[in-house]
Design a protein around this ligand. Structure first.
Ligand SMILES: Cc1cc2nc3c(=O)[nH]c(=O)nc-3n(C[C@H](O)[C@H](O)[C@H](O)COP(=O)(O)OP(=O)(O)OC[C@H]3O[C@@H](n4cnc5c(N)ncnc54)[C@H](O)[C@@H]3O)c2cc1C
Length: 482
């Protein structure tokens, strides 16, 4: 992706000009990056951007898979240096943070007191601000809802200079959470954490031979467990399509934890730097790269599936909260294994009754067009009342795809077809994972009224449309054909 930096206005310091990327390294855009340390600096930057005619995208850790935190040719407000913990009540489990505090910062601070974030995504690197703006979910979504459902107070600074203190009683609360960072800058939030008696979870793992069993087992497991996730072999065909491995987990009660101080100690949670005490994990992505082509992935998936059917089948064990929740952080820079074109993710949310039919068709079409997903994960969800919600009473399927010049056209074509399939089934999409949706599809799943309500609030809080990311422009302000 390229863009021309506007030359007619006074340029900000040139050393701020950087190439900003998405998590998957498949999209990049030049942008002037500012890193405020407090609210006063945020105000100054908002005013300067306005004065010089630049648009501004907000950015946390840049862990969104698509273009949510990119702003081609404009300014980027990187909020990672606003990362103070402002208040902590270890009796109530209430934590007030600035937006640049990461999930890792949070659990490191609170775990020894017996508190864990109620909702976490599959990596601990995102910031609290990024999690709020995308309203992230975890492996317990059907039960615990989203990140936003555990926020008791939120402060938002709008481009007009107004500060809004929001609670769930305010209508705008449900718009800002999941609001893609275009309504205002979240400058602080208070989270209600979850009490835990142990730093370990009890985990059960088992293999499932096809999609039908994967979905049925996932649904059944939610009755007995607090977290459930399925890895799916997206390259398996025929009767094995949708085979995979489930991991279900529950917290360990105080009565079953003889050493709470040991397991709740952040040092116990540390992920090791090496595999088997020998191979440095930092170099593993280079090895993975050798298998990053269709036959290689088929081979690795088959090996993983058969391992999960044999040695890994029906295993119950204890695993630390960090190791279970943030599996993807185990291999640093794993996304680089996808090569220079990087990757995109496509996550669809489909009502329970249609999920098997739609997921089967999605897997079948991506296989038959020669663009199978290299990593596929299924989770269980419940609907919520956030304005730009991605959730349904059903399942999500998240698919990682390599971006290769010779296959890009086929990939985009098949994803556009799948968009229609998902829409027809009453499904939804998730902007944190999206790089391809068009405005019409976004409007169709969100509903024209909801989109209008959102844009009306945006017009009131940001009348000059200062806050814009490439994602926002793509789905809410598409360029009309000339
Ligand atoms: C390996 C991996 C696994 C993941 N697993 C999951 C998962 O299981 N579930 C899930 O829901 N997501 C998941 N994600 C997606 C990730 O959690 C979200 O994209 C999250 O928003 C990233 O946070 P960030 O700090 O990196 O924000 P960025 O990606 O930098 O920005 C995300 C959005 O937040 C906005 N924003 C940032 N800060 C502020 C602020 N202070 N005020 C207002 N808006 C702001 C930005 O403008 C942007 O729109 C995963 C991502 C990765 C890389």
């Amino acid at each position: 992706m390229t863009a021309t930096v506007r030359a007619s206005t006074p340029a900000p310091a040139w050393d701020r000009l950087r190439t900003v990327e998405n998590f998957g390294h498949s999209l990049r855009a030049p942008g002037f990056v500012f890193q405020p340390v407090n609210e006063a600096q945020v105000r100054q930057i908002l005013a300067q951007a306005q004065k010089h005619g630049y648009r501004l995208a907000l950015r946390g850790s840049g862990r969104s898979y698509g273009d949510a935190a990119l702003a081609a040719g404009h300014w980027v407000l990187d909020l990672r240096r606003m990362n103070r913990i402002l208040a902590w009540d270890p009796q109530q489990g209430r934590l007030t943070v600035e937006p640049g505090v990461t999930i890792e910062d949070i659990w490191r601070y609170t775990l020894a007191d017996g508190w864990w974030p109620a909702v976490v995504p599959g990596t601990m690197r995102p910031t609290a601000g990024g999690c709020a703006a995308m309203n992230v979910h975890g492996k317990n979504n059907w039960q615990a809802g989203t990140w936003g459902e555990h926020i008791v107070h939120l402060r938002v600074l709008t481009p007009t200079g107004q500060t809004h203190d929001l609670t769930p009683a305010d209508d705008a609360f449900w718009a800002v959470l999941g609001g893609l960072g275009v309504l205002g800058v979240i400058t602080q939030m208070t989270l209600q954490l979850k009490p835990v008696a142990s730093g370990d979870l009890e985990v059960r793992a088992w293999a499932t031979p096809n999609l039908s069993r994967t979905l049925a087992d996932l649904d059944a497991a939610k009755e007995d467990y607090e977290y459930v996730v399925a890895w799916v072999d997206a390259t398996a065909r025929g009767r094995a399509r949708g085979r995979g491995q489930l991991h279900a987990a529950r917290h360990i009660p105080a009565s079953a934890e003889p050493f709470p101080h040991r397991t709740l100690d952040p040092a116990y949670q540390m992920l090791p730097d090496t595999f088997f005490g020998l191979v440095p994990k930092a170099i593993l992505w280079r090895f993975m790269r050798l298998f990053m082509h269709n036959p290689g992935v088929r081979l690795v998936n088959a090996a993983k599936y058969w391992a999960s059917r044999t040695v890994g089948h029906e295993k119950t064990y204890r695993q630390s909260l960090v190791a279970f929740n943030f599996l993807l952080d185990y291999v640093p820079h794993w996304e680089r294994a996808y090569g220079p074109g990087g990757l995109i993710q496509y996550q669809i949310f489909v009502p329970a009754e249609a999920a098997e039919r739609v997921f089967d068709e999605v897997l079948r079409r991506t296989q038959s067009r020669g663009v199978p997903s290299y990593l596929a994960v299924i989770k269980r969800h419940r609907p919520d009342r956030f304005w730009l919600s991605h959730a349904v009473d059903g399942f999500s399927l998240a698919l990682d795809f390599p971006v290769r010049p010779r296959r890009t056209a086929a990939l985009l074509e098949v994803l556009a077809e799948l968009d229609r399939l998902v829409l027809d089934a009453g499904g939804r999409f998730y902007f944190a994972k999206d790089a391809t949706l068009d405005a019409a599809t976004a409007r169709a799943f969100l509903g024209a009224d909801t989109v209008q309500r959102f844009l009306d609030l945006k017009a009131a809080w940001d009348p000059d449309d200062l806050l814009q990311s490439d994602l926002y422009r793509r789905v809410f302000r598409p360029r009309r054909p000339a």
